[in-house]
Write a protein that binds this ligand. Structure first.
Ligand code: 2M8
Length: 414
C-alpha cells in the first residue's frame, strides 16, 4: 500500500509529546497512567529520532526510581491515579526513592542508551557515563537474584511484560490464590475485557503481589520459597543483548568490562537451557518443576536479537509467520491456546517485531528482517498506533495512541 510517511511521522511524534508527563512518558493515557520500565526505554528511542536531550531525560527519570539493591521497578508511580489497579497502596513496595511496584521488567534500557550514544557520541558521552553505573547495578541485580542454570527467571508474569502468555499457564495453575480477597480491576473499564487477562489470571497476579508485600520485597526471603519462578526467553535474550550493549557503552567510556564478559558467558550458557528439543524451539522453563511450557512465542524469536546464530529457529519462524497475514503472533497459531485477540496469547506487538527484526538483520537474514519491517509498517499505516494487533485481520486492539508503537514507527518501521 502507499503510505504518507510524513503524516505518520507527525502522528508518532504527537503521540510521544501527548503522552509526555514531563520527564517520563505514559504508555497510553487512561489505561496505563504511570511510567512503565520497558515502555519508557522504547519511548527514549522514539524521542531520540527527533529530540535527543529529551530521550536521555526519559532514561534518567527511569533510573531515578532505582532501588538501593539495584532493581529498577516495572512501574514508577510518580503521581497517584485511581484509574489503574493495582496502585502503590496494594504493592506496599517502599524500598526505593519513588513509589513503585516491587518487580522489574525486561532490561531494554542499556540497548536504548547504546543506540543513543552511537547516534551522537559527543552529546551522549556524559549522559551515558551518568547512567553506566546504574545500568551495571541493575544488570548485576538480575545476575544475583534471577538466574536458574544461567537463564533469567521471572517471579511474576508482569515481570516478563508478556502478562498472560500461555508460557506461564502451568506455573500459574499450581498457585491457589487463597485469601486474595475482593478487588476492583480498572483495565476492563478502559478496554474490551475479551482483549485482557481473565479473572483467574488477575487473582494470581494480585496474590503474588500480596505475598511479595508480606515478605517486604526482600529478594533473599522471597527466594526461600518461590511459588512462581519461570526461566523466560524474553528476559534471558533481552538481558543477554543488554549485557553486550552495556559492554559496548563501557568500552566507549574506557571502563573495565571484565565483569560483563563473565555475565555474557553465563547467559549464553543459560540461553541453551531454554532450548526445548521436543518442541524444536526456545521455550519457557518452569524453574521449580524443570518442565518446559511447550510454547513457541514471539519471545522465542528474540534469540537472534540476543546475538545467537540459532539457525534451527529459522524454519520455526517461517512456519509461524506464514500462518497469519500480520506476524509475529505472540503465540503459535498452530497451538490450541492461540487467541488472536487476547493480549499476549496471540496478538502481534510492534516492539517484539522491532527486536526480532533487528536480530534477524544482525544475523544476516536481511530478507526476513525487511519483510517483517514492511508488515509492521503496513499494520501501523492501515490500523493506527494501537497497543497491539490481531495477527490474522490486523485489527487494532487494546489502548490507542500508544507510545511504544509510535516509537517503533520512528526508530525502525518507517
Ligand atoms: C502490560 O502490563 C501491565 C502490567 O505491567 C498491565 O496489563 O496492567 C504489558 O503489556 C506490559 O508489557 C507493558 O509494559 C504494560 C504497559 O504498556 O502493559
Amino acid at each position: 500500500m502507499t503510505m504518507d510517511i510524513g503524516k505518520l511521522d507527525d502522528e508518532a511524534r504527537n503521540i510521544l509529546r501527548g503522552n509526555d508527563r514531563g520527564g517520563y512518558t505514559l504508555p497510553t493515557a487512561g489505561l496505563y497512567p504511570y511510567q512503565w520500565n520497558w515502555d519508557s526505554a522504547f519511548a527514549a528511542r522514539g524521542f531520540a529520532a527527533f529530540d535527543a536531550p529529551r530521550a536521555w531525560v526519559e532514561l534518567e527519570t527511569l533510573f531515578s526510581g532505582q532501588w538501593p539493591n539495584g532493581m529498577v521497578p516495572h512501574i514508577l508511580f510518580h503521581k497517584p491515579d485511581p484509574g489503574y489497579f493495582p496502585g502503590p497502596d496494594v504493592w506496599g513496595a517502599d524500598l526505593g526513592p519513588i513509589a513503585s511496584s516491587g518487580i522489574s521488567q525486561p532490561p531494554v534500557a542499556a540497548s536504548a542508551a547504546r543506540a543513543m550514544l552511537e547516534a551522537d557520541p559527543a552529546a551522549g558521552r556524559d549522559r551515558a557515563a551518568g547512567l553506566f553505573p546504574k545500568l551495571l547495578a541493575w544488570h548485576r541485580w538480575f545476575m544475583d537474584w534471577r538466574l536458574d542454570r544461567g537463564a533469567v527467571c521471572i517471579t511474576h508474569p508482569w515481570e516478563a511484560g508478556r502478562d498472560n502468555a500461555p508460557d506461564w499457564d502451568g506455573a500459574m495453575a499450581a498457585i491457589d490464590p487463597v485469601g486474595v480477597g475482593e478487588y476492583t480491576r480498572r483495565d476492563t473499564s478502559h478496554v474490551n475485557p475479551e482483549m485482557r487477562p481473565t479473572k483467574d489470571d488477575y487473582d494470581r497476579y494480585i496474590w503474588l503481589v500480596q505475598r511479595g508485600r508480606r515478605l517486604g520485597w526482600d529478594e533473599a526471603r522471597m527466594l526461600e520459597y518461590t511459588p512462581f519462578r519461570v526461566a523466560d526467553p524474553t528476559m534471558t535474550f533481552i538481558l543477554l543483548r543488554a549485557q553486550r550493549d552495556l559492554r559496548a557503552i563501557g568500552q566507549a567510556l574506557g571502563e573495565d568490562t571484565a565483569e560483563i564478559d563473565g555475565w555474557i558467558a553465563t547467559l549464553e550458557a543459560g540461553a541453551e537451557t531454554l532450548s526445548n528439543a521436543r518442541l524444536g524451539a526456545f521455550d519457557a522453563r518452569d524453574a521449580r518443576t524443570g518442565e518446559f511450557a511447550d510454547c513457541v512465542s514471539s519471545a522465542s524469536f528474540l534469540c537472534w536479537y540476543a546475538g545467537l546464530e540459532a539457525p534451527e529457529m529459522l524454519a520455526v519462524y517461517d512456519r509461524v509467520t506464514a500462518a497469519c497475514r500480520y506476524p509475529v503472533p505472540s503465540h503459535d497459531p498452530d497451538s490450541a491456546k492461540f487467541n488472536p485477540r487476547r493480549y499476549w496469547r496471540g496478538p502481534t506487538w510492534g516492539i517484539l517485531n522491532m527486536m526480532i527484526g533487528q536480530g534477524l538483520a544482525e544475523q544476516g537474514h536481511e530478507a526476513r528482517a525487511e519483510a517483517l519491517r514492511r508488515v509492521t509498517a503496513d499494520l501501523i499505516a492501515e490500523h493506527g498506533f494501537a497497543e497491539y494487533f490481531d495477527p490474522v485481520t490486523g485489527a487494532p486492539a487494546g489502548g490507542k495512541a500508544f507510545t511504544w508503537t509510535a516509537a517503533v514507527w520512528l526508530t525502525w518501521a518507517r
